[in-house]
Structures are given as structure tokens and as C-alpha cells.
Unconditional design. Structure first.
Length: 119
């Protein structure tokens, strides 16, 4: 089992920045990839970004490419999401998730952290 805990959400004005953190514990050796997903009120959950737990590959949704950066610190078992140039449409609950096997669905989820971008 892997436990994920997010932090760093909050209220920010449009154009501002936030950094989310996701701390992993438990059987972290089993993680293949970590990702961030978000869900806005009345909308379906959507993919934001992902990073391989080992290696350097990163992936981004088109809506955040060039504004968000995902990174990791394996020594701390932590994944970060640096969010710059935030827009009101970025308002959502952001979830950290982990994948155990290539091509599989996300196996583990955090509880989510609220990000609110005001105009």
C-alpha cells in the first residue's frame, strides 16, 4: 500500500503562483509514475501532469503546458506541482495519485487539496 498526502493549496489571485506537494509513504518502491489530477465543481476529474518515479519523463495536459511544472524529490518521496500564471479556470480540487504498473490506472489517491484562483 501507498499513502499520499497533498499540501500547498489555497487562495490566490489570477496571475499568481502556488506550489503543491504530495508526500508518499508506505511501499513507495512499487510506484511507477505519479500524477496530479483535478476536479472543478460540476466537472469531471481531469488529468493535469505526471512524472515517472524513476527517470526524467514528464507529461502535461495542453491546458497547463508552459505554466505548470511537475517535479519530484525521491529522497523525500515527494512530488511537486509548481503552478504559475494561474487562471480562474484552474480552480479545482487537486489530487495526487500513483500508478504501480505502466499503462494501468491510478492505484492510489490522496485526499485532495483545494486551489481557488480569484479574478
Amino acid at each position: 500500500q501507498v499513502q499520499l498526502v497533498e499540501s500547498g493549496g489555497g487562495l490566490v489571485q489570477a496571475g499568481g503562483s502556488l506550489r503543491l506537494s504530495c508526500s508518499a509513504s508506505g511501499q513507495t518502491f512499487s510506484i511507477y509514475k505519479m500524477g496530479w489530477l483535478r476536479q472543478a465543481p460540476g466537472k469531471e476529474r481531469e488529468y493535469v501532469a505526471a512524472i515517472n518515479w524513476r527517470g526524467i519523463s514528464t507529461y502535461y495536459a495542453d491546458t497547463v503546458k508552459g505554466r505548470f511544472t511537475i517535479s519530484r524529490d525521491n529522497a523525500k518521496n515527494t512530488v511537486y506541482l509548481q503552478m504559475n500564471s494561474l487562471k480562474t479556470e484552474d480552480t479545482a480540487v487537486y489530487y495526487c495519485a500513483a500508478v504501480r504498473y505502466p499503462g494501468s490506472a491510478y492505484d492510489y489517491w490522496g485526499q485532495g487539496t483545494q486551489v481557488t484562483v480569484s479574478s
